[in-house]
Design a protein around this ligand. Structure first.
Ligand code: TYM
Length: 335
């Protein structure tokens, strides 16, 4: 236990707004598993973030549970890492409000994810969607996280988190640790298979997204259909978005470098390459899917982990929040 206090702190989260994708896995989840031994890790289900887009309540509830099962199946070990639901810890919303008052409209206006989501959900551009990155800053800063393992689409939010934390620290003295993003070389930005100039996302309809629970046949079919160029040579090059993406996926899954992949497929066509990518992805997911089915039958176990996780996390979160309340000048009538 004491040992943990000297370890660096890691925090990250995924929105339980549908079945997780290969992008979520290669960009985030798989790397969470890798850092568990070295760091004191907090992994949350970002359910507060999920309601910035309309959710069917029963589906959201189910997706929270399923996502917890996926975390475990992917190898997050509750003996090493703390798993919890964001909505079960009030300090997240409470700190988010305070930080809202230290985040500038100009900064929030620049967030590309906000611009993108508001164009995709033009009928529901709500305040939560706008202040979403501030809630994310609260998530991170509450735990005094050193490192935040994410895909590259979250780095702009992380920059904002650093700016807000620095601003607060300057105004009131050292309060927050300034966190850093942690991305991997390949896998930090997996693109859609049907439009490889766009990010692979949970909300895409069609065959551009591989979901973590897709069967082997489905994975192989989607990759076989992936949009590529007509050059026919497996090599990483500017403008070859489809092949670059498949090479990144293959590299992330197998650990092979781009040069190794190019020589492995020299003289072979895209068909052979796509099949190899499909099999590598499907085999990796198959292991996890077996574990997932097992966890899904053990509701009591998962609930217990989430309850214990929240107890541990809320202790730390409350400590940071009360420091912040004191610094901004809230009067505490119990003292
Ligand atoms: P979310 O739920 O959109 O995505 C979860 C994680 O998956 C990564 N990711 C990808 N990586 C590579 N290629 C892709 N196509 C791809 N799609 C998604 C994301 O970068 C992310 O790491 N705001 C966050 C959730 C969040 C959070 C936090 C993250 C809430 N609080 C605090 C870190 C720290 C989000 O919406 O991620």
């Amino acid at each position: 236990m004491e040992m943990n206090e000297t370890k660096k702190v890691v925090l990250s989260g995924i929105q339980p707004s549908g079945t997780l994708t290969l992008g979520n896995y290669l960009g985030a989840l798989r790397n969470w598993v890798k850092v568990q031994d070295e760091y004191d890790c907090y992994y949350m289900l970002a359910d507060l973030h999920a309601i910035t887009v309309r959710q069917v309540p029963a589906e959201l509830r189910q997706n929270c549970f399923k996502t917890a099962a996926i975390y475990l199946a992917a190898g997050i070990d509750p003996a090493k890492s703390t798993l919890f639901l964001q909505s079960t810890i009030p300090a997240h919303s409470q700190l988010a409000w305070v930080l809202d008052c230290y985040a500038m409209m100009g900064e929030l206006n620049r967030m590309t994810q906000f611009k993108d989501k508001s164009s995709r959900h033009a009928d529901n551009i709500n305040g939560g969607l706008y202040t979403y990155p501030v809630l994310m800053a609260a998530d991170i800063l509450l735990y005094q996280a050193d490192l935040v393992p994410v895909g590259s689409d979250q780095l702009q939010h992380l920059e904002l988190t650093r700016d807000i934390a620095t601003r607060f620290n300057h105004a009131y003295s050292e309060t927050f640790k300034i966190p850093k993003g942690l991305t991997t070389q390949t896998g930090a930005r997996i693109m859609s298979l049907s439009d490889p100039t766009k990010k692979m996302s949970k909300s895409e309809v069609g065959d551009g997204t591989i979901f973590m629970l897709d069967s082997k046949d489905v994975v192989i079919r989607k990759i076989r259909k992936a949009v590529t160029d007509s050059d026919g040579e497996v090599r990483y090059a500017e403008g070859k978005h489809g092949i670059n993406n498949l090479m990144s996926i293959y590299s992330a899954v197998t650990g092979k470098t781009f040069e190794e992949i190019e020589s492995e497929f020299a003289g072979k066509g895209y068909g052979d390459f796509k099949l190899a990518v499909g099999e590598a992805v499907a085999d990796e997911l198959a292991v996890l899917q077996g574990e997932y089915q097992r966890y899904m039958t053990d509701k009591a176990y998962i609930n217990d982990i989430l309850i214990k996780g929240a107890e541990k996390a809320s202790y730390i979160a409350r400590k940071t929040l009360s420091k912040v309340y004191r610094k901004v000048g809230f009067y505490d009538p119990t003292k």
